[in-house]
Write a new protein. Sequence first.
Lengths: 508, 349
Amino acid sequence: MSVLTGKELRIVGFLCNWCSYGGADTAGVARATQPTDLRIIRVPCSGRVNPLFPLKALLSGADGVLVSGCHPRDCHYSAGNFYARRRLELLKEFLPIIGINPDRFEYTWVSASEGQRWQQVVTAFTDRIHKLGPAPRFKDAEPIYDLPGALTSLVRPLDCGGNPALDELKQQIRDALADGHLHCVVGWQQGYDPIHATPLHMRKPEDVDRLIWGPFNIHSTANMITQLIKEAQDAAMVGVKRGDPIPPAKKVGVVVKGCDSKGLVELLQEKLIDRNAVEIFAMGCNGTVSTDRILAKIGNTAARVSAVSGKGDTLTVTADGTEYTMSMNDIAQDKCRACKMPSAKVYDHFAGEPVTVAEDAVPEPAAIMAYLDSLTLDQRMGFWKGQMERCIRCHACRNACPMCVCREVCVADSREPHWVTQDDTVTNKFFFQLIHALHLAGRCTGCGECNRACPVGIPVGALKMQTGRIVQRLFDGYQPGTDADAIPPFLGYEVEEKNIPEHHIERA
Amino acid sequence: MTICFLATEGLVPWLAKLAQNYRVFAPRREGKAIIFRPWKEGDKAPVPLKATVAPKGVMFPACETLVSYKTTKDPQQLDKVSLTLKAPVKAEPTVLFGCRSCDARGFVALDKAYLGGKFKDPYYEARRNATLIITHTCDNPTPTCFCTWVNGGPASPEGSDVLMTAVQGGYVLEGISQKGNDLLAGSGLPDGSDKLNEARALRTEAAKRVTPRKDLSKAAERLKARFTDMDFWIAQTAKCLSCGACTFMCPTCQCFNITDEGDPASEQGGQRLRSWDYCMSPMFTREASGHNPRMVKAARMRNRVSHKYWYSTEYSPDGRFSCTGCGRCIAQCPVSLDIREIVVKAIEE
């Protein structure tokens, strides 16, 4: 294990300046024998360790990563390690989905006086990594290009017959627009053919005539809300002179399905939007469809659809002069199959009756997650390698995401810090997806827009679903975007975490 | 003109033969997408459909190294550093198999940017010269296709070396360029002249299924008049997500970014990379000062549409649009934004 034997592995350590770095120093001063595989990076606090640091190290060829900070309740900055504990536990449990053995990553606590404990920690961790051997590399993984096509069962009956309350909804929007307090209202209209809807920005009461509601309203209306609020604020400032009082901006109206409203609620939770800046028009959703599945049912991706009509569970599509009937069970989007919140809970106007789902209904796990769980670690690495090869970095996944509010200042476009380069290697492209997934941990509402927007069909949403599963387990079933008053889990901490064990690696 | 007939079961063996002398790119299915990939012996027959992403990457890769550079310290005199530069322009003989006419016409539009004028791009040029394009004429135009609007068609020969049309029992291969004729002449495939009429009839049939043509001859003039009509552009682009899907899918989008990556003092050295860039991103025009002449997406979309249907008609000697009507930007747009609608509205309203 010593450097002299030439058999070192690459282990990266992130040590907090106040405790663990001191602890390592104490061990050194005491001449404690230690393995020499560890390369130490000193950080001000374990709270400074962005989970992307260890992840980047692991993807770039590290065989193991160790983070060590002050003991909980003993942080130099009072609470840095409390935040770190939640993030690092998330990271550890996240790793298997991308095919990295979670044992290659560990976090622990060593104080400056614990030279002996440091010796034990570093010896135990190095031993563990040596038992695992050199880490498998992305470039060597056997790529898997295929995707599971399995459909999960519906948690509730879906309906494509439209909503009888549409006229009521339209009237509510017309009245609000006529009142003049709205900048615009975002909804949906028919797109270039009857199976493609497209977002509609209603500015005048007559625009409301084009509004549609039904199984093709697939786009999230929450995703442009921050930009539209900004637009409304800018519009209010037109003609305002220096010294004039700042006039109030008009509100932005938004028509929401249950899933769209979760996006708004999450933005409210994070105080990224002000409740008074939006006016929410809600209606109960009976499920939306995947146009890919419809075309697959027709059996021709070039099908020319001239008409659609829905009745109950059955959608009738007229394409190239032939009528095709299909059941929602076969064509519904994945997210709708598991949706337990078809109606918004936070709204200003609700048209018709809310659609509800039995409280105790348990959705079947997503097909992609069941598939990934069935693979070995090496196969998962190969899966992501195969899928990410076709990524063209259009960033539609990011721009379609209601939670991605950074937009023009995304780290993916940044040269400083330089998280991703312009090089189009699979690991580089994949690292952007990991940034997106980890930035959404505890925030992703599962709207599935990243998956749907991907023009080449990469199931990037699975990475966010993995964070969602971890968050649910660690934080007692917490679901982002369902409670406007809840503090998102990674913006807070508990002094004693209920579901996060203290890691004592030397005993493991 | 050499015309050959290739039986359906002869396709894979013929590709295998080509693969001995060429790097062959052919479309294959991956998940819901159809992607051009290197084809090698043992692979299945290529998918006979329009690929999700245009094959422009064969000539103009999503990312390529323009120059590699490395610094070396003189061990005798440490402040003396020497720099070595390598700019490898290399192109392997390549066959692009199974693209559509709209894809092949895309290369003609790219040629204007990369080979026209005083300076030629050596990287693009080398690959262009080394590549043979076998176009599978289109037999199933999709609802988003509009090749006939932009003076193309499902069987337009422009940009192709060989046109391949599926007929009863196989394919008719028709040499278009010298390169294509030579390939067919040396292929040992039987003559297919007797099937050419069948192929032509099928092509005419396919052309009828393209979305009825709209006259775009006034597009340049009308877009010019629309340039300052910001209300029009804001209304048309309100739903745009500013992602790069349309641009990266496009067979004619040609813009790139150049960045230096890596440490020249490291073992691997540094690389100057050229990678696809997209005008839908606010970063595309942001200047070092922070000023951005195209702050809003309306201005960015105006640029994209105007470039395709106005600017390009002025800088191309033949006045061609920088759009081949492949419809990918419509079909793959996450919000189903329809560029046809914008152009038609610009002309008609």
